[in-house]
Write a protein that binds this ligand. Sequence first.
Ligand SMILES: [Zn+2]
Ligand SMILES: [Zn+2]
Length: 279
Amino acid sequence: MRRKGFTLIELLVVIAIIALLLAVIVPSLRRAKEAAWNVICRNNLKHYGLAGQMYTQDNAAMFPNAWGSIFRSIEPDRLCQWHDRSRNPILRPELAGSLWDYLGKQDKSHLCPVFDRFARQIHVCPSGTNIPVEPLFGYSMNALLGGFELSGSGAAQYRHVLRVKTSDIRSPSSIFFFGEENPWIESTRYVATLNDNALCGTPNHPSDERAWIENPSHMVPYGYLRYQDCLATFHKTTLEKKNEGQSNVVFVDGHVDMENWTDTYRLSRWAKQRPKLYY
Ligand SMILES: [Zn+2]
Ligand SMILES: [Zn+2]
């Protein structure tokens, strides 16, 4: 005799099977999404690496000034420039840094979807700044490849005094060109690390001799030098373990890899002492 509908037991079995299937599918979907996001991020960085190489070819083999690469100037409000849509160099060419002619006039390649998600969830602007967190930029140039002056004020402060040639880099496959920085503020990290164009992996300024002879054991969070930029920690991790992940970087030779923030200084420093400065 045919029954109509299901018994309670049958329903429970069906629900249990669906729950089991979801438990299997959801994490693998999440992993698939992360993998797709990672491909986007890697392609973005390849694009940055190529733009950087084209820049050096057009500029006597010289790297750009890191602090003037995305934005022409780091002031004002540099801490939140990376998510300030009213300062988008695509729409406001007068703000555009030296790399823009090579990066192209489109929005997409400047942002890692993983960074975008973390930044929207975590970033709190410094007090006094009230800009919606709608990230535009997530990549920063290695400041030891080209940087401005430590002292001075006004325009002089941004003079390109650390001028590095591509031929100076003995191992282009082990020095990073562009990388990701963390979008959150922590007591152990300098608040200005938030994509101010330049990733300076030492607490000292690149035009300071000390920046080149730092003891890596002094790096955050092990030693007394608490203030410095470092590579991001938001890949391959969760929100709860936001300081335990990794960062994508593109190297001077153009290859892309994933690295730990603890290697920031090792991957930044291409010389054992400060190179000559150009005033
Ligand atoms: Zn990324
Ligand atoms: Zn902000």
